[in-house]
Structure formats: structure tokens, C-alpha cells
Design a protein around this ligand. Structure first.
Ligand code: FMN
Length: 320
């Protein structure tokens, strides 16, 4: 009897010990390893994972459960902050408007593979993206991260027949200022004198930002498609524009997601030649847009007018 009880106690103790070792191993897993690896270079997302045992799976499912819980919590917070307003009517009701700087410090969304405490959904980033004109030179992320995001757009945004006709030129530091000086030089002789003060102020505002992405379309792949698939020839121009615009939107939202602000400009074609010569960009590329970005200064923009959603969205066959 005594021997029986002793073996029961021994078995129980051994079980507790094994469980304790497993829990300790699980807790001591460097949860941030894969995150650091991806944060360094999102383009390495396809790097084969480190060969690690099933504990990795356990850790990652633990991590995703926590992320799901955190997102649910954040959603709850978002809803309660906006409970009086449908998000379709108002992005940022004035009663809840915050200075942009405070938004960026609490702006936890990141295009990096998310850390648990730094995740905002794509939907939330899309809702929070606005045209931000008051920008400064304080970037919450390093240049390497900005360049990675631009490369991600180039590699992952789709294009018709995978033609990849969009070209992205990223201007940072002095080169960003050179571009806006060029726009100023080009505009000065053609803007009426009485309007010059306004135009100049606007351009100086863009120059005061952190950087600019120039969006070009390379006509060569588009022309090749026209030649190779003549039955669709009339579509390829539109599709190249659409793909270029997808790059614009991707970057606009991705930079917003990282806590930057941005606005979209169109000083093409006035500035094209000067810019393309200066940056040694092939002259046949067509400049389509300029995305100015930087640290957010000033207040959040006022909520924008929205057509009732019923006028824009039509649903058939859904189980609502
Ligand atoms: C295709 C397109 C072209 C735009 N062109 C300009 C532009 O040349 N200058 C500008 O200041 N804003 C431009 N905008 C910004 C829009 O005016 C702005 O997105 C719109 O009023 C909605 O405001 P929001 O960006 O704050 O949501 C453009 C936006 C889009 C989508």
C-alpha cells in the first residue's frame, strides 16, 4: 500500500517536473527572432525558416492568439471612441480629434511583421490614411525601412500580365529638397504674380517634408504587351495607370501605417524633363504622381464629406 502511494507520488512529481521544463522552454523562446529577421528586410519574407522544433509552432500559435485578443481589444477601443459616428460618415469626429503628433506616438500599426504591441489592421490603416499637408523632417522610421517599403511595393503590387511597368524613385534628405526646388524654379515663371505667394508657400510646405516618392510608368513593357497581345492592346494604357495608382495607394497607406503622413501631388508634366535629367532617369519614362511624406505636424484634418455608402456600394446575394 505504502509502496503504491510512493509510486503515485513519484509519478506525479515527475509529471510536474516535465511540465515545468516544457513551460520554461516555451517561455524562454526568443519570440522576437523571426520578427527581427523580417523587420531587417521585408523582402526576405521568403527566407526559409530556421529549422526549429514543434515548440516554434506552439509559440507562434500562442503569439497569434495574443494578437487576436489584442486586436479585439483595440477594435473595442476604436468602436467606443467612435460609437456616436458610423465610420462611414466620419473618420475623425472633431470631439475625438487629437493632434497628429499624439496619433503617431500611439500609432501602433506597422508594415513590419507585427510585434504583439505594434499591430494595426490594414482596414484601420486605410481608414486613418488622409492627405496630410503639414509635414516635417521627423521620420519615425529609418531611411532603410522607407526604402524597404518602396521595394515591397515594387515587388508585390500587381500589374496587368505581370508587366511591372511602374518605376519608383525615392528622394530623401537633400535630394528631396532639390526636387521641390526644381518644381519652384519651373513654376515661378508661369504662375501669375498675385498667386505666387500661395504657390510658393505650398511648395515650401512640401520641401519641409521628409521625402518624396516619384511614380513613373516605363512605356516599354506596356508597348511590348500591345504588340504581343493585340486583342487587348487598347486596355494596356489604362491597366498600366491602374497598376501605377495601386503602387501610390499601397505606399500612402504603408507610410501612414508606420506613423508618417503623406499627400499626393501632380506637378508632372511641368517638372518632368528637369527632374529626369537631374536624377538621370530615362526620358521615356512618364512621371505620373509624387507622394510627399514626412513626420506629421499640426492637427488631424477635419472629417471629409462622404456620399452615403448606399450610393457607392451595391451588394447582391450576401447573407447579411
Ligand atoms: C488620384 C488622386 C489624385 C489626387 N491629386 C491630388 C493633387 O494633385 N493635389 C493634392 O493636394 N491632392 C490630391 N489628391 C488628394 C485628394 O484631394 C484627397 O485624397 C481627397 O480629397 C480625400 O481626402 P483624404 O486624402 O484626406 O482622404 C489626389 C487624390 C487622388 C486619389
Amino acid at each position: 500500500m505504502v509502496a503504491h502511494i510512493r509510486s503515485l507520488i513519484l509519478g506525479f512529481t515527475a509529471g510536474v517536473l516535465v511540465a515545468a521544463i516544457l513551460i520554461q522552454q516555451l517561455l524562454s523562446l526568443p519570440l522576437s527572432d523571426p520578427i527581427v529577421q523580417y523587420t531587417k528586410d521585408p523582402l526576405e519574407l521568403n527566407t526559409p525558416p530556421l529549422p526549429r522544433p514543434a515548440l516554434d509552432d506552439m509559440a507562434s500559435s500562442l503569439r497569434s492568439s495574443l494578437q487576436i485578443a489584442q486586436r479585439a481589444l483595440l477594435r473595442g477601443r476604436y468602436k467606443s471612441a467612435h460609437s456616436a459616428h458610423s465610420p462611414l460618415q466620419s473618420i475623425a469626429p472633431s470631439s475625438t480629434r487629437k493632434p497628429l503628433t499624439s496619433l503617431s506616438s500611439s500609432n501602433t500599426f506597422s508594415t513590419s511583421v507585427p510585434r504583439m504591441a505594434s499591430k494595426k489592421s490594414l482596414i484601420d490603416a486605410a481608414k486613418e490614411r488622409r492627405s496630410i499637408y503639414e509635414l516635417n523632417k521627423n521620420s519615425p522610421i529609418p531611411d532603410s525601412k522607407i526604402v524597404d517599403i518602396v521595394k515591397t511595393a515594387a515587388d508585390y503590387v500587381p500589374s496587368a500580365f505581370n508587366s511591372q511597368s511602374t518605376r519608383l524613385v525615392t528622394l530623401l534628405g537633400k535630394e528631396h529638397e532639390v526636387f521641390w526646388d526644381q518644381v519652384l524654379d519651373v513654376l515661378k515663371p508661369i504662375v501669375p504674380e498675385e498667386k505666387w505667394a500661395d504657390s510658393k508657400g505650398r511648395l515650401e510646405g512640401f520641401r519641409a517634408a521628409y521625402g518624396t516618392v516619384l511614380f513613373f510608368t516605363d512605356p516599354e513593357p506596356v508597348d511590348n504587351l500591345r504588340k504581343n497581345i493585340p486583342s487587348y492592346a487598347h486596355h494596356f494604357g489604362d491597366w498600366a495607370e491602374q497598376s501605377n495608382a495601386m503602387h501610390q495607394y499601397f505606399l500612402w497607406v504603408a507610410l501612414e501605417a508606420e506613423g508618417l503622413g503623406a499627400n499626393l501631388q501632380h506637378y508632372n508634366p511641368l517638372v518632368d524633363q528637369k527632374t529626369q535629367e537631374h536624377y538621370k532617369i530615362p526620358l521615356e519614362w512618364k512621371l505620373r504622381a509624387q507622394l510627399v511624406f514626412g513626420g506629421r505636424a499640426g492637427e488631424l484634418p477635419a472629417p471629409k464629406d462622404k456620399l452615403p455608402v448606399e450610393k457607392k456600394v451595391f451588394v447582391h446575394g450576401a447573407n447579411l
